[in-house]
Design a protein around this ligand. Structure first.
Ligand SMILES: CC(C)(COP(=O)(O)OP(=O)(O)OC[C@H]1O[C@@H](n2cnc3c(N)ncnc32)[C@H](O)[C@@H]1OP(=O)(O)O)[C@@H](O)C(=O)NCCC(=O)NCCS
Length: 428
């Protein structure tokens, strides 16, 4: 059986067009700070009329194969996670076969996985399980998460974004799965869904989806801790992992989620938190689950207690999600890419916990072990290839002109219009 199966290589693509959240606040007439402090977002990338989820994924797969010098004939499984419907039958994976067919490789298993932002995780688990199984033929697996998150006018619109991320899967990986350490929570809820097949916009109950997300965090963490205790023979607490990476619809939810983990640690084993935390969280120990999701006082106290640990264990994962926005299936892995970008080879020997959430709902918390590996699959080379700083810096910032609003109220149209104006004069 293959050992240390996991992620060998990563590349990421996000559209070069972006809008500052501050400018969006002004454009939308939102109060100053609502999107930047209230939602915790800095900037939002979006697809113009010249790109979509297929072009983004073609770009990122071609780039990964070229930069890591992978022979396309050596890919034996290709799985795509996406919730952006381009065709109700034909998978995005089949579009990507264009890259492999010209090298004579049509022997590639896998199709698309869909459930809101969770499809990428399902695709990733499928690939890892394939390499660990009897069906594995010794070739690489490849996972692509690709989405364009767009919302109708309203409070959810500033939480849009777009990206594609590709991950090469195989044995002896620098980022390997602790396959038994997974805790899931799956349930039937209408928090965010896309019932109108003629529209690219979801129906979203933002407040409900926030509560569902936090409930899923709690439930997955409990199940994860249970598995850890079963297989490792000791209790798990936040100190057993170096970093925590969350699916990030907007950064504020990530802050709230990590605070929930600190509260969970306090409830499960109060000796795992310090005296100040005990004193601040003590008054909430007897709240029922439902009461705890409604309590603003608990939310405030737990975020305050969690802040130093958040800065240490979560903040290094937040760069791309804050800069690009929600990338749906790619969001969690873009957060993980931010961690590799920020910490690269210092991650060797560390455990990282990931939390994946897809509305509807499906969620899993799982564990990765990081280690040094040979070029080209070393952590520092992955950071170099992704070139996150270079990609962020080369974006074109699109200005939103107030005086254009009277010609229409659809930001997409305004964005395209403004890009045309800005192509000649990009903001540097
Ligand atoms: C998140 C969402 C519900 C926010 O909608 P909203 O009605 O504008 O929400 P609020 O008015 O509560 O404002 C959001 C936050 O900004 C804060 N805020 C508002 N104005 C502010 C200002 N001027 N300065 C600083 N903070 C401000 C609010 O206090 C609130 O913070 P809190 O969450 O800590 O309470 C909405 O953007 C949404 O639906 N997003 C999509 C959710 C999603 O993607 N779900 C599916 C995947 S999980």
């Amino acid at each position: 059986m293959a050992k240390n199966v996991g992620i060998l290589a990563i590349d990421i693509y996000f559209p070069p067009a972006c809008v500052q959240q501050e400018a969006l606040e002004t454009h939308d007439g939102a109060s100053k700070g609502k999107y930047t402090i209230g939602l915790g977002q800095d900037c939002m990338s979006f697809c113009t009329e010249v790109e979509d989820v297929i072009s983004m994924s073609l770009t990122v797969v071609t780039s990964l194969l070229e930069k890591y010098e992978i022979d396309p004939k050596l890919v034996g499984r290709l799985e795509v996670g996406s919730e952006t419907v381009i065709d109700k039958s034909k998978s995005i994976k089949t579009f990507l076969m264009q890259i492999f067919e010209k090298y004579g490789n049509t022997d590639i298993e896998g199709v698309d996985s869909t459930n809101a932002c969770y499809g990428g995780t399902a695709a990733l688990f499928n690939c890892v399980n394939w390499v660990e199984s009897n069906s594995w033929d010794g070739r690489y697996g490849l996972v692509v998460c690709t989405d364009s998150a767009v919302y109708a006018e309203g409070p959810a619109r500033p939480t849009g974004g777009a990206a594609a991320i590709a991950m090469l899967i195989g044995p002896d990986a620098p980022i390997s799965f602790e396959s038994k350490l997974r805790g899931s929570h799956m349930s039937h809820v209408y928090d965010f869904y896309k019932p109108n097949l003629a529209s690219e916009y979801p129906v979203v109950d933002g407040k409900l989806s926030q509560t569902c997300y936090l409930m899923a965090v709690d439930s997955c963490y409990k199940n994860f801790c249970h598995k850890y205790e079963k297989f490792e023979g000791k209790q798990f607490s936040l100190s057993d992992a170096e970093y925590f990476v969350f699916h990030s619809p907007y950064n504020k939810l990530v802050q709230k989620s990590f605070a929930r983990l600190v509260f969970n640690d306090f409830l499960m084993n109060s000796s795992s938190v310090d005296e100040v935390a005990k004193e601040k969280l003590g008054p909430f120990a007897t709240l029922s689950g439902d009461e705890s999701y409604q309590s603003r006082d608990l939310e405030k106290a737990s975020q305050q207690v969690a802040k130093p640990l958040y800065d240490q264990k979560v903040q290094p994962t937040t760069l791309i999600p804050k800069q690009v926005g929600n990338m749906y299936t790619a969001s969690l892995y873009a957060a993980f890419a931010s961690l590799i970008h920020n910490k690269n080879s210092t991650l060797a020997g560390k455990r990282v916990i990931l939390f994946s959430y897809g509305s509807g709902l499906t969620a899993t918390m799982f564990s990765l072990q990081l280690r040094d590996s040979q070029h080209p699959f070393s952590l520092s080379n992955i950071a170099r290839v992704m070139d996150v700083d270079g990609k962020l810096k080369s974006r074109h910032e699109v200005m939103i002109y107030k005086n254009l609003i009277k010609y229409g109220n659809v930001p997409h149209v305004l964005f395209w219009f403004n890009i045309k104006l800005n192509v000649a004069m990009p903001k540097t």
